[in-house]
Design a protein around this ligand. Structure first.
Ligand code: CS2
Length: 488
């Protein structure tokens, strides 16, 4: 339906009223509202990075927690740079429609957990005030893989430029005010994301004051977490279509699947809501859950993005619907599954079956180009960690290597018809430079393998990896992605 240009291009009727608190009593019958009086909700969470994924995932969980009667957990959203979230949500009193779609049908609900959203750039003091406020118990993050970069500003003199820098400064204010630290909940697709953000915060803090770092080490908490809900970016066309159907304007609506999962390591610095009652798993060790998600779901996503994208598919459901690609994903998962350790409650075969169903969801139109972004940051935890383990165990890596070779092929920025496209990656200029001087597949592979930020020394030193990647890349360059998939 969103595909129909006739509908998508129809101009937005100017009469549509914008979603707001004042509209909640007049929502269409098909749309549920927040099941509680938002006036009495208190801020307990600060979230950095208020994109579609946050709205579909953590903010929906907190909305359920507020609905259950625990009013301490509404959210103040911060965007470090982009004003988009503030512009979308602030005029709507933080409200947005969450549309869940799958074979089970469609569920529409206006979610109310977000109280307000502020863009931080230029208003750094405000951000620090919010983070340092006594009510702030949890600070959650969706800053994407590239957000986990060290703070380079001199925090004794300058304003922070990274999430870790803000957290360190805010923790300093809390320590000085005699408050306990907040718990930092990383919600990005990285292995041991809690340890990563902790290391960045400790590094930033030690450069403000070594005693601050010691205080955070002793009192702070940075639980690792696994987050999962497939959430495509909302296209303007899809939004206009839905707005016409709903009868109101909503600049912050999000479409997602019914499935959702959140597994958090049981490590908190202070109060937390009854997560279990909201369906969040709080566990002693989250690492196996993260590994399964990254090496199965996200690995297949990235493989589909590059191989399917080169092969001419546009969305995940189209790509997984092509039998050779689906069979290939099975091979990829066989290789990855051998690196996962048995974990109570985690049935890998059932997980794989469920993933196929989710990938097949025809109502999401999850674009492969969205997943293809930021490959230099995504490949290490999704594919390279698995390759390293397979090589160490003397096992084959054919399916994994084909996905990595497809990423190298993709990084050339030219499709199989010879048409140039933009490689969206924070390291795009470096990738282009690395490939520019290389004439053959072997040279391209050697040049990429030499990048220490992407490939570990063990991977760079593996002749088997270099050889396998070269062979796969040769086929991709010569015969194309569809032939390479069929040949595996
Ligand atoms: C996707 C993920 O865009 C991507 O790279 O692989 O965002 C994926 O949809 C989510 O992790 C699902 O939970």
């Amino acid at each position: 339906m969103e595909r129909s240009p006739a509908v998508a291009d129809r101009p937005k009727p100017p009469s549509l009223e914008r979603l707001s608190e004042a509209m909640l009593g007049r929502l269409p019958g098909t749309v549920a509202g927040p099941g509680y009086d938002r006036t009495y909700a208190q801020m307990g969470v600060v979230h950095i990075g208020v994109g579609a994924f946050h709205r579909a995932h953590q903010a929906a969980f907190f909305d359920d927690i507020l609905s259950s009667g625990d009013r301490r957990w509404s959210i103040i959203g911060l965007s470090l740079r982009s004003p988009a979230a503030e512009q979308a949500l602030q005029p709507q009193d933080g409200l947005y429609t969450l549309i869940e779609r799958s074979a089970a049908g469609e569920t529409l609900r206006v979610r109310g957990a977000i109280q307000s959203v502020a863009t931080v750039a230029g208003r750094e003091r405000l951000a620090l005030d919010v983070l340092a406020a006594a009510q702030t118990q949890l600070v959650s993050l969706t800053i994407s893989e590239k957000g986990y970069a060290p703070e380079t500003a001199d925090l004794r003199a300058d304003v922070p430029t990274t999430a870790a820098g803000f957290l360190a400064k805010a923790l300093e204010r809390r320590r000085n005010a005699g408050l306990a630290p907040f718990t930092v909940l990383s919600c990005d697709n990285l292995d041991d994301n809690g340890a990563r953000v902790r290391a960045l915060v400790l590094d930033a803090a030690s450069r403000i004051d070594p005693r601050l770092a010691g205080w955070i080490e002793r009192n702070g908490a940075f639980p690792s977490g696994m987050v999962d809900r497939i959430t495509p970016a909302t296209t303007p066309e899809a939004r206009r279509f839905l707005e016409n159907r709903l009868g109101y304007r909503d600049e912050a609506m999000v479409t997602t699947e019914h499935f959702r999962q959140w597994v958090i390591e049981d490590r908190f610095a202070g109060p937390r809501p009854d997560f279990a009652a909201a369906g969040v798993q709080v566990v002693a060790d989250v690492i196996p859950w993260q590994a399964a998600k990254l090496r199965l779901l996200n690995a297949a996503h990235s493989a589909l993005a590059y191989l399917g994208g080169l092969g001419g598919f546009a969305t995940v459901d189209e790509a997984i619907g092509w039998p050779p690609l689906r069979a290939y994903v099975g091979r990829l998962w066989d290789e990855a599954s051998s690196t996962l350790s048995p974990t109570p409650g985690l049935d890998i075969d059932a997980y794989r079956q469920a993933l196929l169903r989710r990938f097949e969801n025809p109502h999401l139109r999850h674009r492969l180009s969205q997943i293809a972004m930021d490959g230099s940051q995504k490949l290490p935890p999704r594919l390279l960690a698995t390759i390293e383990r397979r090589l160490a165990a003397g096992r084959s890596i054919d399916a994994l290597a084909l996905a990595v070779a497809a990423w190298i092929r993709w990084s050339l920025g030219v499709d199989e018809a010879g048409v140039r496209f933009e490689v969206e990656d924070p390291r795009a200029p470096d990738l282009a430079r690395m490939l520019e001087g290389a004439d053959t597949a072997a040279e391209m592979v050697a040049s990429m393998l030499a990048d220490r930020a992407i490939f570990s020394p063990a991977l760079a030193a593996s002749p088997i990896l270099a050889e396998t990647l070269t062979k796969k890349l040769e086929i991709l360059l010569k015969n194309g992605a569809r032939a390479a998939i069929a040949a595996i």
